[in-house]
Design a protein around this ligand. Structure first.
Ligand SMILES: [Zn+2]
Length: 456
């Protein structure tokens, strides 16, 4: 009798009791299942870093194909993605004056090289990107511009965007001001001597000037030196390589739907990683969670879901969502974008999920389904959250084409301690959190693939 008002709207299709029962059974079984953790262990140990254009990336693609097959996916295939490659080489920096000290640095993505042997220059300090904007054009001739802004540590990662402009666009601004190079405080929240690399807003070729991140303690050291009234002189040697055109791949595995095989629920993560660590939290965890979810549902649901579950392991996310853009463009061109029912990517580490958010393009007639998912996830510590979402970085191109998206919000408090550093390794991942992720993803994916209504 409580369902009467719901049934009064012909457009609202309820989630059946059977669907809820199966999702509940899967949830309670997945919470004891270590398959996501084991997949991540294999990827980060047997492959390691997966930067485009390296043997590690090729090994990662082979690993993914073989693992999806071994997990029992019905279809496993790859799609070529064209891009321009870039490799890190020598990277050293020292303070020469007022006293000799080594600095811990790393080149940002697509940084150009310094002259061979390095360059020597005084540094000029700017607290923020906005402060560097105020400098006169051409005024930093013969200097290195140093931006010291520190990103804020927040559970939802909200400090990343505002701080990140120094990394993405600082090189162009530094060049405009006449500087020889750009030095930034790492976009990261740890206090270890690990620099954080990351993309710049350059699609091919090189940054406008050599662009480098300092570890947080090294950035603090430079700021203190200047507080004492010194003007530090630095030697910076960066040697990098533009690989020109290369081919990477999106790797895709499917659990074929029993009734509507052409309709797909997209889940995934990005297979590439930065080269400094082994890509455990960024984004081996997401890869492992998505692969484990598809396999877990196939092997444990008493009913094969109505729609196809498509696990996409996107390539070259770190250099600008390159695999994700290629995937979406191809579906727009061949018209199959219309078959994408809903999607979500796991790309915010391996922390526990605490919230479920739906994008504004989820139909009002499907909101109750998301509420039902959140209700079943409540036992796992997840609650329904408001706000719009793209459903993860690699979902952005699909969401822009109207594909509804959900965000399974992870606690990312320590994510930016590890992100893009040598410390992004398997030992940082908690197996209990991986089990919780698997259970939450299983509830979402099963219901999305089984509920017969439209999310659009
Ligand atoms: Zn990532």
């Amino acid at each position: 009798m409580l369902t009467a008002p719901v049934l009064a709207n012909d457009n609202i299709i309820p989630v059946s009791k059977e669907t809820k029962d199966i999702a509940t059974h899967l949830r309670d079984k997945a919470i004891d299942d270590d398959s996501a953790y084991e997949i991540l262990k294999s990827l980060t140990t047997e492959v390691g870093a997966r930067h485009p254009g390296t043997p590690g990336e090729k090994a990662g693609i082979e690993w993914a194909i073989n693992k999806l097959k071994a997990l029992g996916f019905d279809k496993v295939y790859t799609e070529d993605v064209n891009m321009n490659g870039w490799l890190r080489g020598v990277e050293t920096a020292e303070i020469l004056l007022p006293s000799y000290q080594k600095l811990i640095i790393t080149a940002l993505g697509r940084s150009k090289s310094t002259p061979e042997g390095g360059l020597e220059a005084d540094i000029v300090h700017f607290k923020t990107y906005a402060d560097l904007e105020k400098a006169l054009d051409g005024s930093l001739k013969g200097k290195i511009a140093f931006i010291s802004n520190r990103m804020q540590q927040l559970k939802d990662g909200g400090g990343y965007g505002p701080a990140n402009i120094a990394r993405s666009k600082g090189h162009e601004l530094a060049a405009q001001k006449g500087a020889e190079a750009l030095l930034i405080r790492s976009i990261g929240t740890d206090d270890h001597r690990n620099p954080h690399t990351g993309a710049t807003n350059v699609a091919m070729g090189y940054t406008a000037v050599p662009a480098v991140a300092l570890s947080n303690p090294d950035a603090d050291q430079l700021v203190r030196l200047m507080d004492y009234g010194h003007s530090p002189k630095i030697r910076l040697n960066i040697q990098t390589k533009d690989l020109g055109p290369i081919v990477t791949k999106n790797v895709i595995g499917e659990i074929t739907g029993r009734e509507l095989p052409n309709e797909v629920v997209v889940i995934g993560g990005h297979l590439d990683s930065w080269d400094l660590g082994t890509g455990a939290v960024d984004d081996g965890a997401g890869v492992a969670i998505a692969m484990a979810t598809g396999a877990f549902i196939k092997n444990n649901a008493k009913l094969r879901p109505r729609r196809t579950i498509r696990v996409i392991l996107w390539g070259a996310e770190e250099l600008g969502l390159i695999g994700a853009r290629a995937y979406a463009k191809a579906r727009q061109e061949d018209g199959t974008i219309a078959n994408h029912v809903i999607g979500s990517e796991s790309d915010f580490g391996a922390g526990p999920i605490y919230g479920l958010q739906s994008s504004n393009n989820v139909s009002p007639n499907a909101i109750h389904v998301v509420d039902t998912m959140a209700g079943l996830m409540g036992k796992l510590g997840v609650s329904r959250r408001s706000g719009d979402t793209s459903g993860g970085p690699d979902m952005i191109p699909l969401a822009a084409l109207g594909v509804p998206a959900l965000n399974l919000m992870q606690d990312g408090t320590d994510y930016f301690d590890l992100h893009h550093t040598p410390d992004d390794t398997f030992d940082k991942v908690n197996p209990e959190h991986m089990r919780q992720n698997l259970a939450v993803w299983t509830v979402f994916t099963f219901i999305a693939a089984e509920w017969p209504g439209s999310f659009k």
